[in-house]
Design a protein around this ligand. Sequence first.
Ligand code: ADP
Length: 161
Amino acid sequence: MKIAIYPGSFDPVTLGHLDIIERASTLFDKLIVVVMHNAAKSPMFTVEERMDFLRCTTSHLNNVEVDGFSGLLANYAAQRGACTIVKGLRAMSDFEYEFQMALTNRKLNPDVETVFLTTSAKYMYLSSSMVKDIAQHGGKVADFVPAQIEEEIFQRMRKDG
Ligand code: ADP
């Protein structure tokens, strides 16, 4: 069974992420979307909230699982028996960091290959930080996040703010 993992912050999941998830899910027997705890970033949503958003958004995809992890991705891949790490590439600006991560992960776990899926052109400008900025200033995020979670994002932000 070919298992792939798609790691990220997903703070929150956007239509750009969902596009990568849908496309990657057709390439592997199982795709695990992993919400990574990253102490360096201060997320707006908790890991549980981000996982809830992802579960709700991917419920139509039978071979997609949502998980959370804190630690080295290379170790997580080994634990889950994954052969591939999936990453999305938006622009050249993503490339240098992702390239470094891919080489590092290969060094740590040579059994795992990193593959890059190119963003769909309509989502190339889209990032979670942009969504948060817009929502915080009361703007509409309907064009950027899955419809099922739009209201939830506002409610949780209102609760926090
Ligand atoms: P961000 O906070 O920058 O949106 P994440 O850490 O949540 O990023 O991203 C997880 C993965 O999804 C990364 O590989 C990132 O390059 C990819 N990704 C994020 N947004 C998009 C998009 N709009 N199109 C394609 N890939 C994307």
